[in-house]
Design a protein around this ligand. Structure first.
Ligand code: NDP
Length: 261
């Protein structure tokens, strides 16, 4: 019997093999959870699961492309066969293609929407029946500030705004079954997804325009674990921006930012 906020709970993290997903996997395991690290990259999922078990935690790696219903269903069935249930789903797997409206090809659109919007739908649909049966569960969708304000790309904005809508819809539908659904909308957080961007001068400008600067994975992880935990028992249908203040401000440049002149 493990101890901690998630003692013996079964937690699926999609895209758990890298970046934020990896940080969630490690944090849930530290808090006693049985973690299913599901990623399109089998080796990455195994690396994260192995690091958890090497530290004395409980984890299983499953290769899963969230855009494919058969792989999602297999991943959830394997989880239920192994651990008997799913307590928490973290819909985290995502990609970003930085494209303008006219620069977005049909293939860009389909790939982004399939991964960032259809993927979370397939995963939530696959876990919901087992949660409904037990009348208990929490789903945390990983959205983005790009679902709240314009900042990155056409298909990414559509998928993340869609996630916020799905969060409200599923919260309504699943509340009578004891299931809570919330989203976390991270701001700019240093992970492999923005590695190239962080090597450009734009990274400094971005940091300077966000009241609290660039985020760290631990900032996002704290919010995800809170919304997944029983502490958040009366919170559902919400999108929590964890963005260092990005979506609360308009930055009109360094001169404007010099107050009390
Ligand atoms: P990473 O690229 O570091 O991690 C994403 C992981 O998801 C990778 O392991 C990736 O595998 C995997 N993945 C990609 N496509 C699929 C798929 N079809 N099925 C399963 N797994 C897949 O990104 P982050 O950790 O930064 O991002 C995680 C989430 O956070 C995303 O939803 C992103 O939109 C969101 N987010 C991140 C922000 C940031 O600043 N970092 C800001 C706002 C939101 P592979 O590497 O092989 O592609």
């Amino acid at each position: 019997m493990s101890t901690g906020r998630f003692a013996d709970q079964v937690i699926i993290v999609t895209g758990g093999g890298s970046g934020l997903g990896e940080d969630y996997c490690l944090a849930f395991a530290r808090e006693g959870g049985h973690v299913i690290c599901a990623d399109i990259d089998r080796d990455a999922a195994i690396r994260v699961a192995d690091s958890i078990t090497a530290a004395g935690g409980i984890a299983m790696a499953v290769k899963c492309d969230v855009t494919k219903a058969d792989e999602v269903d297999h991943m959830v069935q394997k989880t239920i066969r192994t651990y008997g249930r799913v307590d928490v789903l973290i819909n985290n797997a995502g990609i970003i293609r930085r494209r303008s409206l006219v620069g977005t090809t049909e293939e860009d659109w389909d790939r982004e929407i399939d991964t960032d919007l259809k993927g979370p739908f397939l995963c939530a649909r696959a876990v919901a029946p087992s949660m409904m049966e037990r009348r208990k569960g929490a789903i945390v969708n990983i959205s983005s500030v790009a679902g709240i304000v314009g900042c990155i790309s056409t298909a990414y904005a559509a998928s993340k705004a869609g996630i916020n809508g799905l969060t409200r819809q599923w919260a309504l539908e699943l509340a009578p079954h004891g299931i809570r659904v919330n989203s976390v909308a991270p701001g700019y957080t240093a992970t492999p997804i923005n590695e190239k961007l962080r090597q450009t001068p734009a990274a400094t400008q971005i940091g300077e325009s966000i009241p609290l600067g660039w985020g760290k994975p631990a900032h996002i992880t704290a919010a995800v674990l809170f919304l997944a935990a029983d502490e958040a028992a009366y919170i559902t249908g919400q999108t929590l921006a964890v963005d260092g203040g990005l979506t609360t401000t308009v930055d009109l440049g360094p001169d404007y930012r010099t107050f009390d002149r």
